[in-house]
Design a protein around this ligand. Structure first.
Ligand code: NAD
Length: 256
């Protein structure tokens, strides 16, 4: 079922939510475009401005680390001040009222947390770009402090333990975070409704979760303005703007 009218989308989505006892969301870059952060695949996306620096190169080459931090601060400046939008707020409501078990996200922008969604129920598959961690001891480092050091020294930051400090996102060639993957798998297995929102559903292994949920018996609803490879599996495909679709669900209540 493909839905491209907003009123139909609201009605259908309400029906899916009313019938669900345990839903989960899977979000991608599309949920943050209405906050002013471009997605990856759209034409001329700023995310394609720099070719990725592979993780092994980051580890072995100080010059690659310096370049990586230089790029990180350029990108951060483009999107600083981005605030959660209606889509993030609706999901925060569903999670915080216990209607949704978790938000599995590919996003690194921290906007689900900023929207007030319970931190414990956000599963970040690709990490988080709003802070950094030591690759040796795991200590968290704040970006403001790193930036001051980087701009005054032009050196890549190191942890007090001597370890390499890296933005807390998953780099090209870096292993996926095991605990997050396991939690996402469990949530996908247990949910009876999976909402896949704002993802082209082509980045694996993350994109496997909506299909896995469907295989395990959940209903699958895709909210995305463009077709995705999983549309044929979905119980409904909503081709409207995410904020418009989700806004009324920021105060949603079960009525049956
Ligand atoms: P993607 O860019 O591949 O796909 C986004 C999809 O959302 C597209 O199909 C697009 O048509 C749709 N879309 C965009 N805005 C929409 C809107 N307002 N309403 C309806 N549909 C909308 O994103 P992806 O699948 O998440 O994969 C991108 C990868 O890049 C991920 O790994 C992610 O970590 C990373 N990334 C993250 C961010 C972020 O954190 N905000 C931004 C860019 C890229």
């Amino acid at each position: 079922m493909i839905i491209d009218k907003l009123a139909d989308a609201h009605q259908a989505l309400n029906g899916f939510l009313q019938d669900s006892m345990n839903m989960a969301a899977f979000t991608g870059a599309g949920i943050s475009t209405e906050s002013g952060i471009p997605d990856f695949r759209s034409k001329d996306s700023a995310w394609k401005r720099f070719p990725p620096i592979p993780f092994d190169q980051f580890l072995r080459d100080e010059a690659a680390r310096i370049e990586s931090w230089r790029r990180k601060f350029i990108m951060d400046d483009l999107y600083k001040g981005a605030q959660p939008n209606a889509g993030h707020h609706a999901l925060a409501h569903l999670v915080n009222t216990g209607r949704m078990s978790c938000i599995i996200t590919q996003n690194i922008d921290g906007l689900h947390e900023a929207s007030g969604a319970d931190r414990e129920r956000i599963i970040e598959l690709h990490g988080n770009g709003t802070y950094a961690t030591c690759l040796s001891c795991g200590e968290r480092h704040e970006l403001d402090e790193i930036r001051r050091y980087f701009e005054s020294s032009s050196c890549a930051p190191e942890c007090g333990c001597g370890g390499i400090v890296k933005g807390a996102t998953i780099a090209f060639g870096q292993a996926m975070p095991e605990a997050a993957m396991q939690r996402a798998r469990k949530a996908s297995q247990e949910c009876d409704l999976m909402l896949a929102i704002g993802s082209s559903l082509v980045v694996y292994p993350a994109a496997a979760f909506p299909a896995f949920a469907k295989e395990q018996g959940a209903k699958l609803v895709i909210i995305n303005r463009e077709p995705t490879p999983l549309d044929k599996l979905a119980d409904a495909v909503i081709r409207c703007e995410i904020g418009d679709v989700l806004a009324p669900f920021a105060s949603w209540r079960r009525t049956n």
